[in-house]
Design a protein around this ligand. Sequence first.
Ligand SMILES: *Cc1c(COP(=O)(O)O)cnc(C)c1O
Length: 356
Amino acid sequence: MYELNKKLRKIVGYDPAAGTSKIILDANESPFNALDSFRDEIMTAVGNLKLNRYPDPYATEVVTAFAKFYGLDEKYVTAGNGSDELISIIISCFLQKGDKILTLSPDFSMYAFYSKLYETNVTIMPKDEIYNTFSVGKIIEQCNNNDIKAVIFSNPCNPTSLGIKREEIIRLIKNVFCLVVIDEAYMDFWDQSILQEIEDFDNVIVLKTLSKAFGAAGIRLGFAVSNEVVTGALRAAKSPYNTDLFSQEIGRIILSHPDEAAKNIAYIKASRERLQEELTELSRIYPCLDKVYDSQTNFVFIKTSKGLAIYEKLLERGISIRYMGIYIRITAGTREENEELLTALREILKELCDTD
Ligand SMILES: *Cc1c(COP(=O)(O)O)cnc(C)c1O
């Protein structure tokens, strides 16, 4: 009888967001569908695709559009089937079985997931429980004293919504010998990217995605930015046709309209700021919202002992947020969506929590 191997017998897949609620604020997506902005252009491009032919293995046109958008040279860019695929390629190829990799907690769960799947030796460093930050000095020490081959984290962080400043990130990169993978999925909402400095470093990969700020999680397009040697290895190691014709075409169109991106990002930032202020105000009234964190992202992270009840009661009202044990995470939606959420939340908190 065939038996799954040990690692597959134990495997727990990623728990994806439900996606059926009227108001979806659980996966940090954009409230704006990129198709609404570029419908004609996308329809025309899709109408001319040669589906019988393999797509460009290096996704040259979308890579060029991405490089232009961020002011980079395209020789530093690799396209992936979502940054998720790139995380998987990086961990499976830049580490060998048993190599040590350092991740943090809380952080994006896929780093530890792939690290375990590929049989690396993963250390998960807990963040400070109240402030949810980490010290770059401690990471440097860990990397250099424990023969760590790679460290990977998101900046700004999902789920904590907090970011580490550019100087500190550069201090980390310069003081370790290992590979440093910085997932900048949310950096479009902050201004501390190290993308511009990429050619100065031989041990860095920065990850980007169209899934959060660009309203295109559905096409699965992510990018890795690294120096030429690392980029050469990434391009050689990935599967040849990892991004399909549709994502290449649609991604190229989205990235060719920086004004539209800037407009949406500005809206989302304002929406998140307002949501965060309102939630902070609620936390002053209801102590069961222990702490509303600062945010450099498009979502708000909250420490609360009533997370599960809040999550369930919002779901009953057609609003989905992310429940994560002692925390909840709420994506900023449109102004109208935020208002509905806040109205529901006020009722729920009145029921669940004693006021001060
Ligand atoms: C959402 C998210 C991703 C996933 O990006 P895709 O390009 O959709 O695969 C990667 N990293 C972080 C930190 C995220 O929050």
